[in-house]
Design a binder for this molecule. Sequence first.
Ligand SMILES: NC(=O)c1ccc[n+]([C@@H]2O[C@H](COP(=O)([O-])OP(=O)(O)OC[C@H]3O[C@@H](n4cnc5c(N)ncnc54)[C@H](O)[C@@H]3O)[C@@H](O)[C@H]2O)c1
Length: 397
Amino acid sequence: MKRIARLGSGFIGRFYADSLHGQRSKDKIVSIYARKEENAKKFAADYGCEHWTTDMEEAIARPDVDIVCISLPNYVHEAAVMLCCKHKKAVMTTKPLGRNGEEALRMLRAVEEAGIFNGYLEDLVYTPKFIKAYESVKNGALGRILWAKSRETHPGPHSDWFWNIELAGGGCILDLGCHCVEIGRIFIGKDIKPIEVMCWADTQVKPIEAEDHAIGLIKYENGAIGQFEVSWTFRGGLDLRDEVMGTEGTIWMNNFLRTGLEMFTTGKGADYVAEKAESNTGWLFPVGDEINDLGYNHMFTDMFNSLEKGVEPRETFYDGYVVNAVLDAAYKSAKSKLWEPVKLEVWRGQEGLTKPSTLVDYDADNYLIKEEMTHYGAKKVILKNKKTGAISEKILE
Ligand SMILES: NC(=O)c1ccc[n+]([C@@H]2O[C@H](COP(=O)([O-])OP(=O)(O)OC[C@H]3O[C@@H](n4cnc5c(N)ncnc54)[C@H](O)[C@@H]3O)[C@@H](O)[C@H]2O)c1
């Protein structure tokens, strides 16, 4: 059993608590910190927490706390992490790790110097669909990964601080792009270096300083490309889709809308449908088990099993830092309109990779471009002459 101090009783704090007390019911939130007394008290009552406080350090420092779970607004992550370092408490922090790469790097260095367990709570790489897809990718079903696209769009976040560029650190690029970057990074290979980013971003609808819509491309050292599509102005709910393309295959994933459960109601008796659903009448796309389908259960299982075994979880502060560094480059590119380098002061993967050759031998004289069986039963090959570069086709008998 692990005893948890929970910092933050808001939107994600409650999703996390439902997961923590659900799947691995042996783990228990023993202390809840919230800024407002009434929120701390209500959370404590709802989740049977023996201790509540409006003093963050008090929650962290309690001797009965094994691990601290941070689900506070982005601008408070660093202060909370530093307190965990001070009290040498294992810590897990929600996404994004920092408001930028600098903040994330300070947090990474601090937890590593303090020698404490650190987990990065990136739930979308723990969804059942992601886990299944990643197994296939890892086992080679898709060959060499060329392109990984991830999309998260919705009608905008639920609390005031998200909309304040200072407090949040950015708009939808940081808030949603952090998920997309890590999804792409895992499919392409965490040890493959992201080197450059090109990004378009704009504030198309909301009266805010930050971007509410963006698209970005992340170039990796081995030639693979990551793509993110993010929006706080998308109408129709929470759209979470990923696409992976390799030399030998393709995966399409839809995590939220159109997952196979579709329902129509006139509205009589309809209620909560799913996170950020915009309507509870008409055609609806309810989500079977939101806590599980969004990855929270598998994420916390990995965190606690790793903590117990004394090993790193699959997602650590280092991963959070790499994501922040990629997004810093995206923000630069959106301004400069140029490919911007990803600045990684700490990089623990491969270095100096090059793009693999595209030349596949067909015979002594030719490279193979493509072979295909036609609808009229002929097998056709398209070839490129090794010496002249001429392209030709041949029908095989
Ligand atoms: N899928 C996900 O992983 C996911 C989803 C939503 C939010 N988040 C992240 O979780 C964090 C919190 O987001 P949320 O949606 O729960 O926000 P929220 O506004 O619903 O809740 C924030 C909580 O922090 C407390 N708080 C607010 N300002 C504070 C301050 N200055 N000092 C201390 N406490 C303060 C609030 O009282 C509240 O309990 C953010 O970093 C966000 O990016 C992650």
